[in-house]
Design a protein around this ligand. Structure first.
Ligand code: PMP
Ligand code: GLN
Length: 381
């Protein structure tokens, strides 16, 4: 293994899902739903397979999906895109993130991001030989600390890697925070890569504001999303990025040599999903909001202090009340102690102390599963 990648072991998600499978504990670790997405979307994938859609799609993605992405960005955010030059379909958001970082960073360039960060950010920055500079979001409100954010920028800043709604904290960046990030990006002539995979998983009538819609930001922003969360199809790995032509073309150059293309039949199916009525998108958020209530209330009743996620399907709890002194060690014992699996937040942090006893739980599960998890956490297993 190269020195760049040394220190990156197995991903925590794989490890924790394996732990859940081994112990039979309820898996609130890795974020994936335990029910299927809309029937029309599933049927469209079957139909594509049955009607000969089984060979390589174009590298930039099937026209039908690119058009659906364009229409989605116009419908929800009034962003106007050209389907042939400003959209790139990728193998999940994961490949979009990797392509963007590898396409835009020279070795030694700096990437500003927030802690805790989604695990692939650190790995892709390392793969590019770039340098990670972070600003900490602190439990329980995870507000942006302006001073530390400013300090993370330098003359070497090339990218800002933003994620809103934010995994693992559930934070939705406020318009004021987004404006500060945009100002700093402009000041340092940096490009913003914004991971918005949870764009529709947002609660309490809060609006998702894409960075690309801020004044003057479209031309320096690459926006990333994915069908996995919105349509409960995390295993399909259909993602995309959109932005100005030159940036998208740079990502295509990298993407074509990473995977060339992703699975063909899932692309028209996600196009069907993106075209569903507004009511579908509202329902997804409403259902998850109820589940957030179930899990957070249960955690509070079990004596834990919890964050109040405005988006995503994750909540962070301080497991100190359950006797945790180190969440990594605690999460390995959670199945035997409580019959539940969670993810220690410190694995997403450089500053381990800032998240020492914090555990992330996923609530994208059937209500009865959440109720049982909460019962176990309250009653000691
Ligand atoms: N970014 C974030 C913040 C995520 O939580 C995930 C989740 N899995 C991804 C990217 C990856 O998305 P995909 O499965 O579409 O590659
Ligand atoms: N995004 C999901 C999570 O945060 C899992 C993705 C993965 O397993 N890489 O749990």
């Amino acid at each position: 293994l190269t020195s760049r990648m040394r220190g990156f072991g197995a991903t925590i998600f794989g490890e924790m899902s394996a732990l859940a499978a081994r112990t039979g504990a309820i898996n609130l670790g890795q974020g994936f739903p335990d029910t299927d997405g809309p029937a029309e979307v599933l049927a469209a994938a079957h139909a594509a397979i049955d009607s000969g859609g089984n060979q390589y799609p174009p590298a930039i993605g099937l026209p039908r999906l690119r058009q659906a992405i364009v229409e989605h960005q116009r419908r929800f955010y009034d962003v106007r895109l050209d389907a042939d030059s400003q959209v790139l379909v990728t193998v999940g958001a994961t490949e979009a993130i990797a392509s963007a970082i590898l396409a835009l960073c020279e070795p030694g360039d700096e990437v500003v991001t927030f802690e805790p960060y989604y695990d692939s950010y650190a790995a892709c920055i390392a793969l590019a030989g770039a340098v990670r500079r972070t600003s900490m979001l602190r439990f329980p409100d995870f507000a942006v600390d302006e001073e530390s954010l400013r300090a993370a920028f330098s003359a070497r800043t090339r990218l800002v890697l933003l994620n809103t709604p934010h995994n693992p904290t559930g934070k939705v960046f406020s318009p004021t925070e987004l404006a500060l990030i945009a100002d700093l990006a402009r000041e340092h002539d940096a490009i913003v890569v914004t991971d918005e995979v949870y764009e529709h998983l947002i609660f309490d009538s809060i609006q998702h504001v894409p960075m690309a819609t801020l004044p003057g930001m479209f031309e320096r922003t690459l926006t990333i999303s994915s069908g996995g969360k919105t349509f409960s199809t995390t295993g399909w790995k259909v993602g995309w990025l959109t932005g100005p032509e030159a940036l998208v073309r740079a990502c295509l150059t990298v993407k074509q040599f990473l995977t060339y293309v992703g699975s063909g039949p899932f692309q028209p199916a996600i196009a069907v999903g993106l075209g569903l009525d507004d009511s579908y998108f509202r329902q997804v958020a409403q259902d998850l909001q109820r589940k957030r209530g179930l899990l957070t209330q249960g955690l509070v009743d079990a004596g834990l202090s919890v964050s109040s996620p405005a988006g995503t399907y994750f909540v962070i709890a301080d497991a100190a009340a359950l006797g945790a002194t180190d969440a990594v060690e605690f999460c390995w014992r959670l199945p035997e102690l409580y019959g539940v699996v969670g993810v220690p937040v410190s694995v997403f942090c450089d500053d381990k102390d800032a998240a020492r006893t914090l555990v992330r739980f996923a609530f994208c599960k059937r209500d009865e599963v959440l109720t049982e998890a909460v019962r176990r956490l309250s009653s000691g297993g």
